[in-house]
Write a protein that binds this ligand. Sequence first.
Ligand code: SAH
Ligand code: SF4
Length: 338
Amino acid sequence: MILAGLTLEELENLMSELGATRFRAKQIHNWIYAKSVSSIDEMTNLSKDFREQLKSIAAVTDTKIKVKQVSKDGTIKYLVEYPDGECVETVLMRFDNRANLTACVSSQVGCAVNCSFCATGKGGFRRNLNYKEIIEQVLTIQRDTGLKVTNIVFMGQGEPLLNLDNVLKALEIFNNDFQIGARRITISTSGIIPGINRLAEMDLQSTLAISLHAPGHDLRKQIMPIENKYPLNDLKKALLDYINKTGRRITIEYILIHGFNDTPQVAKELAYFLKDIKCNINLIPYNSVVENDFKKPANSDIMKFKYLLEHSGKKVTVRLERGADIDAACGQLRGRGK
Ligand code: SAH
Ligand code: SF4
């Protein structure tokens, strides 16, 4: 049995089966989530006999680090391997002058949505991750660095809203067991409308981020095949409904691709599309993925685009490039077969 991923209540049940006190469950819980140990032997406030008993039926984890890359800017990228040999990437980002440590986690092995700019999409879909495999990514980071993750973004591999049950269960464990507040968690989606509708009915404090990338149907469907299934008009209705029901501001993610969706004309169309949507906008200069011809815009074009959107009264940020020297852009590590 694997202990990582068990809730306090599940640990208490396990302790009662083993004839141990409830207090042992608290201690073990603390070793797993706060101190992030990798082995039962490290749980030094348990008696040696009890550790041996526990070891005969359980281990802390079955997840391994296959590759680790550290960037000059402090970003660390892991390729994490599960017992069946499948791998996903998870990234730890530190932002200067801030205590925040953000984990970028994957929700699926591969992705079926197949956006043309994304290395993950190119590799196709392999399988969903279960909630324990999702939280193991954050535990892997904590075990390896000895640090506590403070923020989580579902922006690694996979489409979280196509694996929503496991994502929601992981969210619950991040809240209750890791003590990471829901406000510090962001779920990013390519626009899976049934998933957005489901989130609209829940009282989640987490942020919903929408990968929009184009303000019109014809432009968007050139890079995102999901536009054929869930077109922008319907997506917009779902977003307005979500904002209306939850009262929350959403984040719009927008990859800037040179000569494709970065012109002043498109900026104006985007501002118009977002006019009545309560949102912040995050511009993401395109990160080169080997197999296509897209390029990132010149800085001056990025700034012009940003200015035009700000002019429409929105808060706009440009995402800093993290870990460029270690292929830390979405999907790139696995994409290169490392
Ligand atoms: N599947 C979800 C979440 C994972 S992708 C989604 O698409 O929202 C997280 C973000 O990385 C998305 O906004 C995605 O569009 C972006 N992304 C993917 N490939 C990229 C690339 N090559 N350069 C820049 N951003 C990229
Ligand atoms: Fe899937 Fe997101 Fe990549 Fe699109 S950008 S293929 S939805 S992981």
